[in-house]
Design a protein around this ligand. Sequence first.
Ligand code: AMP
Length: 192
Amino acid sequence: MRLLIMGPPGAGKGTQAKSIAEHFDIPAISTGDILRANVADGTPLGLEAQRIMAEGGYVGDDIMNGIVADRLAEDDCAKGFLLDGYPRTLPQVEAVDEILDRAGVELDAVLSLRVDVEELVSRLRKRAESEGRDDDSEQAIRVRQQKYLDETSPLLDVYRDRGLLVEVSGVGDVSEVTERIFQALDRVATAS
Ligand code: AMP
């Protein structure tokens, strides 16, 4: 299965991505995790990304496209993958199209996790307390939600038009949402 998971910050993408990846025995690739690992290691990329991430902005498309092209070229992605947090912009959609075209493969589905804004802000405040991510400050949360609305949510229409969008409610217990996702994606897997 070749999958994307999309949804606003705080929708639970990272948590669900891990369960989905296990279910389909594919790697979950989080571009946010890759960037955070670079920040932790103090690499040149990490030094560049740190400030942008802390402010809630987006790291440049060229950088992100390069990271994802390299990661998808690794052996474990031959059996499929789940991309979490990428693509976030239209140029990133074009880049992933090109990467997959060149490899002669296609996406099977794009999962959209739907959660309303009030619920999201309250979840992110709780995460700020428990995980201490520096992009979970009140201001950064607001910037990230707005960036998602302006730049990333239009991508849902692109994938809807391609007939790839699978929409699932992200509200409820984590395990309840996981079950809902499995049901929706298992239908895609049997159809393909
Ligand atoms: P995430 O863990 O997916 O919420 O990502 C955390 C932060 O990393 C985002 O707020 C962005 O600053 C940056 N980031 C992650 N993925 C991307 C991407 N595809 N394009 C641009 N910035 C990204």
